[in-house]
Design a protein around this ligand. Sequence first.
Ligand SMILES: [Zn+2]
Length: 260
Amino acid sequence: MSTMDPRQNAGYRYHRTNPLTGEPVAVYLAAAQRLEWDKESKWIAVCESHGSLVATSTLALAKSASKEPEEWCDECRDASEYRAKHEDGTRALVIGLDGSMRDEYIVGLDDLTRLVGGPIQALSVPAWEAGARVTVGEPVGPHTMYVNEESKIGGEQPRLNVVADALMVCSLMPSDWVAGVAVVVGYNPDTGEDVDHTLDPATVLLDAATSAEAWTNVASDREVLGRARVANVEMRYNDGSDALATIGHVYANALAVSRA
Ligand SMILES: [Zn+2]
């Protein structure tokens, strides 16, 4: 089983292409592979992509198993589930507390609950019209942000989600703020349904930097404002990894002052 052409391997009898990987799932005579444990394991079907195998008593069963690698290969099962979600799910932008952003395909409430770590609360993220808010990106349609409803009433100290909060900056009550992991999906006003998000993470980050600067203007704290501007410039011209930490710090300070 060392080559991707299974016909070269000892005991080869049959193979088909695994639609999940584009690589073979092959059937071998177990004894020829020194894998015959007993009479019930005369044949083996092998996922050549992941090295998983299943033993069967007959060739027919092994061929049958080779058609469903997601039933016995963990990695194929994951790939199959991911593919199903990719086809049926809604593309969401998951915004972490460290400012990280990644796409996930969510199918239902369970996925949202898992990602935010508790019961969900939906917040309306208004469409960004050019000039209508502090934004540097292209105008985008309305979105919905899901957060943990209990993120600020649990035992642990709630943590500000700087980037998610910046997205909400024009639409929350002045004293309100976003805590914990946030999951953002698009919103179709005609159907009321969640749809794929259309946010560009780089623009969202840049927007957070601009918002931080705007908030510190409100806070009228010169030192904090200066750092926000530096962070904003870094975000525009560098990769922004250090700038994000600065923005987080600046933003938290500014919010503490302006929303107190
Ligand atoms: Zn596999």
